[in-house]
Design a protein around this ligand. Sequence first.
Ligand code: DGL
Length: 305
Amino acid sequence: MTPTSQQRPIGVFDSGIGGLSVLRALQAELPHERFVYLADSGHAPYGERGDAYVAARTHAITRYLQAVHGIKALVVACNTATAAAIHDVRTQCPDLPLVGLEPAIKPAVALSRTGRIGVIGTRGTLTSGKFALLLGSLQSQAEFVVQPCDGLAYAIERSTEHAVPDAAESSEVRELCTRYITAMGAFGTTAGHIDTLVLGCTHYVFAEEELRALIGPAVRLVDTGEPVARQTRRLLQATDLLADPGDEIPAACNRMQLITTGSLLPLQAAAQRWLQLPARCCSTATVPADGAGAMAHEANRALAQ
Ligand code: DGL
């Protein structure tokens, strides 16, 4: 039976496993929805690759998710891809409900007491025109310490390559966190200290333990998972695309389909570790820059099965 518009899945994508932090919030907020998550791990990291590359990947993945999975809406669970391409995707797909991510510095202003706010993210996000505009609109209300963290998303990505974190990989994440947090100055709740740290990259949520150990227990960590999940609900409601809450909640892999353009094992390990999903919910796909190629490839795969 052809699914109704409301029963079609929501597409979610990131350069890799970082967007699983957003998917976790989405599934909690929208328990009756189906999701197709695309981790572009075969092309990660995005953060240091430049806008043209990230925009081309974003377009290819959007076309793939529409053509092969018939998504009803798209959540770009990646700050870097949002900064590089969301404007163009909106123009090219005017009928696709679209939610993007940006570092949550506005909520951070409301939370901060010292008025000194730290922002960490990829170089791509933090040097983008989009972020400059956002920062400019709030600069009179707080002081921002902005720190690009080259290599951190990729180190987090690699640290999931084994079900039990490998000591060397975990220590690389710890070392990078230490280097960047130390460079930002003093954290704490007294005057002159950074009392709020914005995680401007979805991967960093998975380094929360390492970051917390460095900034101390009283500093607030702000990420975008929950606000984005609420925004997605509002958008689906406004476009009459919300799944019927009377429908049964679909079973695990029916509800959550996770696909990677890289190796399967890291995605399976991450899905198990952070979403308690069985390995069978994960699969691989090739998403070439040309979306038609992706469709042909998937069609061939389907025929071969
Ligand atoms: N997780 C992504 C973000 O939110 C990008 C990480 C990367 O690939 O560099 O920006």
